[in-house]
Design a protein around this ligand. Structure first.
Ligand code: KPL
Length: 302
């Protein structure tokens, strides 16, 4: 297949590597001129526990240089999805496959509205990767990736040739579980400037996380959306414990003065609560506080 990847971050470049290893042709659409030039000049370096590889056969283009697109993988931040797709929309074939591999919820509906002629898929992953430089990606943790159709009619099965990927029928359920965990962990770590593990270790933060989880479960229950059998709080504690030394993605965004994905995590859940007429004061408060942190640190917009 001929894949285009929108977003030259760590996950986008990691997937450029995975798809190309599986024999696909890959073009990465990179907005930033200097990152694009470095990738073209030096190739892409992927460093994992097992191996170091340099890929020189990938193509890197600016959004304005994209050609016809049949398979598009979107790995931008959730809040950039619509604007990024709009930039290349005239290149998207009718019937193309648009795959969203991102944190958060809410952007899938927005993209489905934008891509009515295409089939939209959603993906969640627990792969861990970070960029050491524009053309160097460290694949820190090999995780599991789940993909499922979100809208459209195609029954083409994607990623079957990529290791550690499962095709699922219930991708919405997976997205809900992920967003619930993110809502439990990310805002609290950003506001209290702490590591994930502190949410379990410090009694006052543990209590706050319990309150967040209770509200999120109330929203999910009102939508008949099952979450975790053991309960959201128990699962959130287990995830915070398993990633105790990490700073959450929202903590890192605030630390680096970047826009956060709050609109597509807690914001998404608060909007659902609002539609249902449910009060979720703890989540509303965290949402407002993270927005305040973003404006106080004068974040860059995408
Ligand atoms: O996905 C995460 C994130 O940081 O966005 C968690 C699971 C909270 C791990 O840090």
């Amino acid at each position: 297949m001929n894949w285009h990847i929108l977003g030259g971050g760590a996950i986008g470049l990691l997937w450029a590597f995975k798809l190309s290893q599986a024999g696909h042709q890959v073009t990465v659409i990179v907005r930033d001129h200097s990152a694009r030039e470095q990738l073209r000049a030096n190739g892409l370096h992927i460093i994992s526990a097992k191996a170091k590889k340099t890929l020189t056969q990938l193509r890197y283009v600016a959004p304005s240089q994209a050609e016809t697109i049949s398979h598009l993988l979107v790995t931008t931040k959730s809040y950039q999805s619509v604007a990024a797709i709009q930039q290349i929309q005239s290149c998207l074939e009718e019937g193309a496959h648009v795959v969203l591999l991102q944190n958060g919820m809410g952007q899938h509906e927005e993209v489905a509205q934008l891509c009515k002629q295409q089939t939209v898929y959603a993906v969640t992953t627990t792969d861990g990767a970070f960029k050491e430089a524009a053309a160097r990606v460290v694949w820190a943790g090999v995780g599991e990736t789940l993909i499922g159709r979100f809208s459209g009619t195609s029954d083409e099965r994607l990623f079957e040739d990529i290791p550690d990927v499962a095709v699922v029928d219930n991708i919405l359920q997976q997205l809900w579980c992920k967003v619930a965990i993110n809502a439990a962990i990310n805002p609290l770590t950003a506001l209290h400037d702490c590591r994930n593990g502190d949410l379990v270790r410090r009694a006052e933060l543990r209590q706050k996380m319990a309150a967040v989880c209770e509200e999120v479960e109330k929203i999910a229950a009102a939508l008949a959306q099952p979450l975790f059998r053991e309960g959201l709080f128990a699962r959130a504690c287990a995830v915070a414990q398993a990633t105790a030394q990490n700073y959450s993605s929202m903590h890192q965004d605030i630390h680096h003065k970047r826009q956060t994905e709050i609109e597509y995590m807690t914001g998404f859940l608060c909007r659902k609560a609002d539609d249902l007429g449910l009060e979720v004061p703890v989540n509303q408060y965290l949402y407002q506080q993270v927005k305040c942190l973003e404006s106080a640190s004068d974040v860059g917009q995408g």
